[in-house]
Design a binder for this molecule. Structure first.
Ligand code: HEM
Length: 469
């Protein structure tokens, strides 16, 4: 597979390095003193996400790795009663009216951002889309007036000011890097200890972010004491009024930081890769623009009128845009592999006995490229999601397996922000493309853009030029 060698995380790169383009269903290796099984095909997912989903759970390894950064946030927590209650509250904080309000805020930020990009003319889309989406998610989590806060950040002994969003991203990246420190692989019991100089700096930086959130909560509570009501539609304000969360500030902070960590980089990657694939495939771009023109009467016109038109029901009609979004996430999933998962009882999954404490990692990237499921898997073909297209089928003409496309994984641990991510993509993208075309500056990127995902350590630089239409 072209570009495969450049893939982001060491372990998924390792699987392809050893087993080539069509690795077996499972690949196992010993990691952190337990068997770690990479699931490279869709068949086991039918069991894990459907028939045996009640036994599917998160393995404590990743939770331990990110304990300091995300506390006991839902992302890596075990599927216990508290997790279920928290998930229910969080889902309702993203439900319909609240989601619509959050996306309204995001559209405003997108309109401001496109003006800034236009002035710059040429941008590093990786950095800029990450800024845009971090501001968006910050506005949803902490409120519009707090969409770009500054915190202290320590690196190589020196302290400087940094955007909170950037600090959260770096802290997550440094957290992932800890996964590959030899002493922590051999002695995972040491994960909670922050001993090295880098660990101490990471601890300092995480504390700055937590202090910022604590101060915000204190200010909100003071305001409540004065006025008897909380003001704001943001997640933090919603959770302050939720009976599961309102007795425990740290619980609120964990979920706010989880949203920042889980929501900003993933959505930034999907927008960035989408813009790059559109630039590479002018015929697909034209088809997508024709749809926008046909469905939205203000497309190409006044940005504020277009923004008003991009309501939840309306963006549902942007079918080809949805196919393009899905295909961007198929070819380069924002989350290339899951965190550590497990089954809660020993069981047989597709002919292999999996013990309850063994680690399971879902190799999403590989599942999106298996050649018996995807015709010309390396090509960007949004029509794969169109039921009337031949690309909707497997190379032998049969129906594709429902678990062959899992960018948000599935079952009870399916991404909590799935609807949020889909709606915000369809509301923001038309605003970015309304008056501009994005082209790739580096001609080599036209055939071979650098791979980009949300969990890679070192992000690529991808320059794009904005051409006014
Ligand atoms: C294109 C965008 C997104 C993609 C591709 C994506 C993908 C995923 C994946 C693969 C997981 C499972 C992670 C694992 O187990 O390792 C996940 C979980 C999660 N995501 Fe997303 N995500 C996206 C956007 C968002 C957004 C915008 C939010 C929040 C606003 C969010 C919040 C969460 C949460 C809270 C979980 C944990 C759910 C649970 O286990 O109960 N995600 N996401």
């Amino acid at each position: 597979m072209k570009n495969k060698e450049l893939n982001s995380t060491n372990s998924s790169r390792y699987v392809n390095h050893c087993f080539g383009e069509s690795p077996p269903q499972y690949v196992g290796f010993i990691y952190s003193r337990v068997l770690c099984l990479f699931v490279n095909r869709h068949e086991p997912l039918q069991d894990l996400f459907v028939t045996k989903n009640k036994f599917f759970d998160k393995h404590p390894f990743t939770a331990r790795l990110f304990k300091k950064t995300l506390g006991d946030g839902t992302l890596f927590a075990k599927s216990d009663e508290l997790w279920a209650k928290k998930r229910k509250s969080l889902s309702s904080s993203l439900y319909k009216q609240k989601l619509i309000q959050m996306v309204e805020t995001m559209k405003q930020i997108a309109l401001e951002t496109i003006k800034e990009w236009e002035q710059q003319g040429e941008i590093d889309i990786v950095a800029e889309a990450a800024n845009l989406m971090m501001r968006n998610i910050l506005a949803c989590v902490f409120g519009r007036q707090n969409d770009n806060p500054i915190v202290k950040y320590k690196e190589n002994g020196k302290i400087r000011d940094m955007k909170l969003g950037e600090s959260v991203q770096l802290n997550m990246g440094k957290g992932i890097e800890r996964e590959f420190q030899a002493h922590l692989i051999i002695f995972p019991e040491l994960l909670p200890l922050y001993i090295s100089k880098q660990d101490k700096e990471l601890e300092f930086n995480i504390d700055q972010v937590i202090d910022y959130s604590r101060n915000l909560i204190a200010a909100k509570k003071q305001q409540f004491a004065k006025t008897g009501k909380y003001e704001g539609e943001d997640l933090l304000t919603i959770l302050l009024q939720d009976e599961i969360f309102n007795q425990d500030d740290r619980m609120i902070i964990d979920e706010c930081l989880t949203f920042l960590a889980a929501g900003a980089q993933t959505t930034a990657v999907s927008i960035t890769n989408f813009l790059c694939y559109m630039a590479q495939n002018s015929d697909k771009q034209q088809k997508m623009r024709d749809e926008l023109k046909g469905q939205l009467k203000n497309f190409g016109g006044d940005p504020n009128d277009l923004s008003k038109e991009l309501e939840m029901d309306k963006v549902e009609d942007l079918i080809y845009l949805k196919y393009c979004f899905y295909e961007s996430m198929r070819i380069e999933p924002p989350v290339v592999m899951s965190s550590s998962c497990q089954v809660n009882e020993d069981m047989n999954i597709q002919g292999v006995k999996i013990k309850k404490d063994e680690m399971i990692i879902i190799n999403i990237h590989q599942i999106h490229h298996n050649k018996d499921q995807w015709i010309e898997d390396d090509k960007y073909i949004p029509e794969r999601f169109d039921p009337s297209s031949k690309y909707y089928l497997t190379p032998t003409g049969t129906a594709r397996h429902p678990m062959s496309f899992v960018p948000f994984i599935g079952g009870k641990r399916i991404c909590l922000g799935k609807t949020f991510a889909e709606y915000s993509f369809k509301a923001i993208v038309p605003l970015l493309l309304n008056k501009h075309k994005f082209t790739l500056v580096n001609k080599d990127h036209m055939n071979n853009k650098p791979l980009y995902d949300a969990i890679m350590f070192k992000k690529p630089v991808i320059k794009m030029r904005l051409e006014r239409l």
